[in-house]
Design a protein around this ligand. Structure first.
Ligand code: ACO
Length: 317
């Protein structure tokens, strides 16, 4: 499997740390030093559906692929505008194709899950080209009165098209039990439902998340490299889930490699959950940082506790 194109879309509203300090007991210095984040984009007048469609159209244009050659659309979003139909069906209608569509929820690890399913579809010869879009709006489930969590996140959508060819991609996924990240949901008005209302905002044990993330990422990366018979030197770039700059730095240090191999953009996107790696990849693509044949490793981690890594080739040839 190989990646032949990328696309992205961010909300137009940029929210700086100073903007947050106008209604929260926080400040730019605290947020920068603990998380590396300076600003993030937050949905205001657009919807996540519009953002996802925009990212997909951008990706199709970038991949220079005929829409009718897309065999499957995989959409990852933790929440979206509707319970049904799936977000991927709105993308399907907007881009004008008749291929199957599927929505997934693997929390911040969702991009790796989508790649795993795309890889299986390609290997089973059910698809040659799969459009993946990760579209996330954590701004809708963080509590904007809680400085511990809301300052960390941003909204956005990142898309890729993966195709048959390249080399045999290696993907590893793992789930460990934890209560470190949780967000409840309440649905409907069933007169028979005797459950208590759940808190509909993100709950996070920050230090536990930190530990689980740094412990999982290196193991996941080592696992896919070993399966491929490759070493760190064979990899051009390691793209880590942009969760928090301190997590990224900690993981990076365990490898003892040059910083250039670990690009990041969390400074001005915040944590965009599953969209963070495709957004970063698109930025590198548009900045012409990638060359045909580059070997990429993605590593993500999130609620569950889910984690995973993917080793994949960049480029059409
Ligand atoms: N502004 C100012 N002060 C704050 C803020 C804020 N935004 N948030 C928390 N504080 C305060 C706390 O209230 C606490 O005050 P207290 O000592 O008076 O009680 C103080 O800062 C220290 O709080 P800690 O939680 O100990 O801060 P810490 O240095 O551990 O950093 C952080 C918190 C950044 C969340 C850290 O736990 C961390 O890096 N966790 C990783 C979690 C993460 O990044 N998750 C990303 C999302 S999950 C994912 O994508 C997988």
């Amino acid at each position: 499997m190989k990646i032949i194109g990328t696309g992205s879309a961010l909300p137009h509203l940029v929210v700086t740390n100073d903007d947050l300090s106008k209604f929260l007991d926080t400040n730019d210095e605290w947020i920068r030093t603990r998380t590396g984040i300076q600003s993030r984009n937050i949905l205001s007048t657009e919807t996540i559906t519009e953002l996802a469609i925009k990212a997909c159209l951008d990706c199709i244009k970038n991949a220079k692929i005929d829409i009718q050659d897309i065999d499957y659309i995989l959409c990852h979003s933790v929440i979206s505008d509707a319970i049904i139909p799936a977000l991927s069906t709105f993308i399907h209608d907007a881009i004008g194709t008749d291929c199957p569509t599927l929505d997934l929820n693997g929390a911040c690890t969702g991009f790796i899950y989508a790649l795993d399913i795309a890889d299986s579809l390609i290997k089973a010869q059910k698809a040659k080209n799969v459009l993946i879009v990760c579209a996330e709006e954590p701004s809708k489930f963080v509590d904007w009165t809680k400085r511990e969590t809301c300052v960390l996140f941003g909204d956005g959508a990142g898309a890729v098209i993966v195709s048959e060819g390249g080399f045999d991609s290696k993907i590893h996924l793992k789930t460990q039990h934890t209560d470190a990240l949780y967000c409840g949901a309440n649905y409907g008005n069933s007169p028979f439902d005797k459950q208590e209302m759940k808190d509909p905002f993100l709950y996070m044990k920050g230090r536990d998340v930190f530990k689980l993330a740094v412990q999982s990422s290196k193991k996941d990366i080592d696992y896919v490299l070993e399966k491929a018979g490759m070493t760190y030197d064979d990899v051009n770039y390691f793209l880590l889930h942009q969760a928090n700059m301190r997590i990224i730095d900690f993981i990076k240090e365990q490898f003892g490699l040059s910083c250039e191999k670990f690009p990041h953009n969390i400074e001005y996107t915040g944590n965009t959950s599953s969209a963070s790696i495709p957004l970063l990849l698109d930025e590198m693509n548009k900045n012409e940082q990638l060359k045909d044949g580059d070997v990429l490793v993605f590593s993500a981690f999130g609620a569950g506790f889910t984690s995973g890594a993917c080793l994949i080739k960049w480029g059409k040839n």
